[in-house]
Design a protein around this ligand. Structure first.
Ligand code: PEP
Ligand code: MN
Length: 364
């Protein structure tokens, strides 16, 4: 993908997040269900210091027949929360009609859901509908782990003039049984941070976890990685929630989960720490240089083998040999306290590069 540039207004200038509140916090129910459920939940959240209230008005559900959201009827309930409690309000939009109605209802911020950000047609429709709009828009990751698709969605909005842009990481779907409802695959938001260091990254541990018990570890991981905020589902009575009942917290439990998080900073003025860190980093730099030299020496030997195979009309691939290498490195990895999966990935990459090089030699 070409080197994408985004023209962004930093979140500190959006007038939505309070810079004193770390992590930035957005909370509220999965779905707007009734005025009473909404107002009671919001009031409790506000008393606990939450200033940004979320609720799904239109719900993208996997199968028809589930509760698909209250629809526009719920918009005045959110407006009341904004007016009477002084909270900022945000909801999900997935098409032009949603954008029109949400803006008319005075939303302070919008988000785009995971099923929508995966669809370029829907994203383009939203970008067109949002032309000229000045409120912030947060884009959830697409359901499939494709960082370019995620960036493409951001790019469409940015080209339509939306500069108050941020993302929400909510994990990725998989087939089959797994611990989390959606796989965190932290490498994707990490890659986004690398490409767009100034862009706000919020983590949604609720949809990632799928159940309450797993939320704290994911929220802590988000803090350890230095992401900016959390979007957490909270309902005044999760047991009777019409959607995502198992992953919603009552407001007090949500707040105590957040209060228990360890917040880390990205840097410090402590000179002793900084000096020690620099020293350790210079060891790492030296080791990286050694690794490159070793990889280069290994590749030169692989080339010799490739030429030798070619002269003797022998195939590049000899599966027995690869099995032997894997068995040997697995043994060495476990003797040296290294994660097998990690070593597997590294050696598969090294082996593949050798094969590619040898195949190239064959055709020269
Ligand atoms: C939601 O936030 O309620 C929601 C539907 O999330 P997602 O788009 O991440 O599935
Ligand atoms: Mn939900």
């Amino acid at each position: 993908m070409a080197n994408v540039q985004l023209d962004l207004v930093p979140a500190s200038e959006w007038g939505i997040f309070d810079s004193e509140q770390i992590p930035a916090l957005i909370a509220g129910p999965c779905s707007a269900e009734s005025e009473e459920q909404m107002f009671d939940t919001a009031k409790q959240l506000k008393e606990l210091g939450v200033n940004i209230f979320r609720a799904g008005i239109w719900k993208p559900r996997t199968r028809p027949g589930c509760f698909e959201g209250i629809g526009s009827e719920g918009l005045p309930w959110m407006r009341r929360i904004q007016k009477e409690l002084g909270m900022k309000i945000t909801t999900e939009v997935a098409n032009t009609k949603h954008v029109y109605e949400a803006l008319k209802a005075g939303m302070d911020m919008l988000w785009i859901g995971a099923r929508t950000s995966a669809n370029p047609f829907a994203m383009q429709e939203l970008a067109d509908a949002l032309k000229g709009v000045d409120i912030p828009v947060l884009v959830k990751n697409p359901v499939n782990p494709d960082v370019d698709l995620w960036i493409g969605a951001l790019e469409r909005l940015n080209l339509a003039g939306i500069k108050k842009l941020g993302v929400i990481h909510r994990g990725f779907s998989t087939y089959g049984k797994s611990k989390y409802r959606n796989q965190p695959q932290w490498e994707l938001p990490v890659e986004l941070r690398r490409r767009f260091p100034e862009m706000m990254i919020i983590v949604d541990p609720s949809h990632m976890a799928g159940k309450r018990e797993l939320i704290p570890e994911l929220a802590q991981k988000a803090m350890d990685l230095g992401f900016d905020g959390l979007m957490v589902e909270s309902h005044n009575n999760p047991d009777i929630a019409l959607s995502d009942s198992k992953q919603q917290y009552i407001p007090t439990d949500m707040k105590s989960m957040v209060d228990k998080l360890i917040i880390r900073s990205t840097k410090t003025d402590n000179t002793q720490f900084n000096e020690n860190l620099d020293e350790l980093r210079s060891y790492i730099d030296d080791l990286d240089t050694d690794l490159i030299q070793l990889l280069s020496r290994r590749m030169r030997v692989a080339e010799k083998i490739g030429n030798y195979k070619k002269q003797n009309n022998i195939t590049v691939l000899q599966s027995g040999r690869w099995d032997d290498i894997l068995a040997k490195v697995h043994k060495q990895a476990s003797d040296n306290n290294l994660d097998l999966e990690f070593i597997d990935k590294v050696f598969k990459a090294i082996h593949q590069a050798s094969i590619d090089r040898q195949t190239q030699l064959m055709s020269e």
